[in-house]
Design a protein around this ligand. Sequence first.
Ligand code: CUA
Length: 322
Amino acid sequence: MMASAAISPLRVVLPDVRTAIPFNSLFTLIMALAIAVSVLIAALLAYSLLRARRRSDGDLPPQDHGNRKLEVGWTAVPAVIVTGLFVLTFFNMRTTPTPGANLPEGRQPDIIVIGHQWWWEFQYPQLGIVTANELHLPAGKRLLVQLTSADVQHNFWVPPLGQKMDLYPGKANYLWLEAPEPGLYQGVCAEYCGTQHAWMRILAIAQTDAEFDQWVQQQQSAPTAALPTRRAEQGQQLFVQLACVNCHAVTGLSDAQAGPNLTHFGSRRTLSAMGVSRPTTRENVARYLENPQAVKPGIYMPNFGLSPDQIDVLVEYLESLR
Ligand code: CUA
């Protein structure tokens, strides 16, 4: 690293990632310019249509050729705009961490995001936490996020937190995420990835340091060793008998990875990556267990044809996992 710095006297000193224009601002700027240009063109077109229309039969409107001022103007102004956007985009792209380039030396990702059809796996490798669909993060901290996919291409996008990024199987992408202040931020999968692409939502939960630490402690603790009710115990037995454990991890029971880790399911706010439109109420969880295919057609969780009583004890069990 020292050597390469020493032999590159022309090394461009790039702006600190903290001072570069964030992608969202760049998007807003480009959008505003695009709207301004569209309005201008529509206005000029309307003006020309009115001004230069044929006024009588056999009459040609005035024919203009070769207005040098105009031609230079409409070449120069767009060139300046496009060059400016290119420069801004270039510096923004430099803020995207890429392994081996400007990924900070030796820095490990704070969060690993794995896209699945059709849910999100969030791992916190330094904290030993695995969760799904709800991304907890401490507000005001710049986090290094690694993104990859378990199956097809997805795209992680929580607009207020930073740029969007593709997820590919077998390849790691990186981005910086920072929640400006505590709150809930909604995100989506922004790359078509199959039938339930639209129900691949993200709920980012930005917390104060104290709240985040509390969440970490709760996630690191084993779920209720002694289940709170007899019904919950029956639910757990059923959970094992029905082979739910073949796909879903619950600390102490299973470490399967095919489906979302349910170790702390009862403390989650939303169900099956369906975002705030599907809170984890008992009714919603029961409806889901009754026939997942009716709620989210095409997902890999089959309809087990459960009886109302079986559904009830399973809901009791899942709700107790906090
Ligand atoms: Cu995952 Cu669209």
